[in-house]
Write a protein that binds this ligand. Sequence first.
Ligand code: 5AD
Ligand code: SF4
Length: 437
Amino acid sequence: MSETKTDAPKKLFIKTYGCQMNVYDSERMAESLDGYVQTDRAEDADMILLNTCHIREKAAEKVYSELGRLKPLKELKPDLKIGVTGCVAQAEGAEIMRRQPAVDLVVGPQSYHRLPQMEAQVRAGKPALDTDFPEEDKFAHLKGRSTARRAPAAFLTVQEGCDKFCAFCVVPYTRGAEVSRPAERVVREAQDLVERGVREVTLLGQNVNAYHGGMTLAQLIRALAKVDGLERIRYTTSHPNDMDDDLIAAHADTDKLMPYLHLPVQSGSDRMLKRMNRSHTAESYLRLIERIRDVRPDIMMSGDFIVGFPEETEADFQATLDLVEEVNYGYAYSFKYSTRPGTPAAERAQVDAGEADERLQRLQALITRQQRAIQESMVGRDLSVLVEKAGREAGQMLGKSEYLHAVHIDDARAQVGDVVPVRITRAMTNSLTAVEM
Ligand code: 5AD
Ligand code: SF4
């Protein structure tokens, strides 16, 4: 290929790690950088951004390995600029540039609206670093979203940060204090997404059900339900203590709100929950789910678990297994505790790593069994699917059920963006197969 002409758009490669909020942030960063088009090949890029995750040690270390792999590209192409964004950028700041001098730019999740100025600065040959928590709202300063067509399911950040300070978690330090976006801006962004082909939005927040942007999350969901053309609404991630009565009621009275709820509990042991600073008990969590299931019996529950938290005994772990048995999760994500510098739990007596691995395997085996049984119970049932793209096999389309299962529709008539009734014919490990009704 010949060298890019100076007036041709430059190419931007973004690699996104971690949570859905990073996916959303990556889109906003790409849109904010005028004069760039996105590429999915790092080798072609004039600018590479790694949008990083700091939640566990492994996630953070991956960033340094990737930077090591990218370094030779920069030797081949001296004009290439490399940036680190997201939560590792926030947590490690200038240390990243010290550890990997190939990095030109470091910007945290609360200041990436300054990316265009920073890009100009690095183009002028000066490294750029910004890990502020500025007073101004980054969303008010970010460039308006473009008019390009979008995939039918989109993320929409409505709340950021966390004031809960669970003893293991870096989020309150990397994302900062809880901040909600004003409801009218969220509704406007949803309308804009719908005009560009979106049919489903997932409202994002580290503590999304603590939303308070002039209204509660339940009120926001009801306002969004009035947006013509928006067919489905989801929200994630929620804290049990912020699940108020009105939000529970919304699961019964708002048809567009999907019957799926990600509600992390972390442990089934009250002793561990207390040590984790969770401010709820296993019993209060179970009663909460009971109340939600009273109004929406078919709701698909999802959760997060940490095993091997400092001082966790076999009896504590058993309490987690018991809780998982009782809830019967459609989805559950389990992690081995990872020591995060600066968090309270980092100072405590750590569980033997082999023991923690073994517990993780036992928990994951139970979760897998539960998920499989739920998947299989879907066979013969009639569900509704939002079609997202063509499937792997000829004539097949791929989409998501209301319960968030991936569904392959055989011999599909439906097009991308349609919501269609289907009958489930087969359950596979990670997806279902269906025919249109
Ligand atoms: N170690 C392991 N897992 C963690 N999580 C958060 N912090 C840690 C940690 N230090 C998990 C929690 C949370 C999910 C996003 O990541 O389960 O809900
Ligand atoms: Fe982290 Fe706890 Fe806040 Fe979730 S609620 S982001 S686990 S501190």
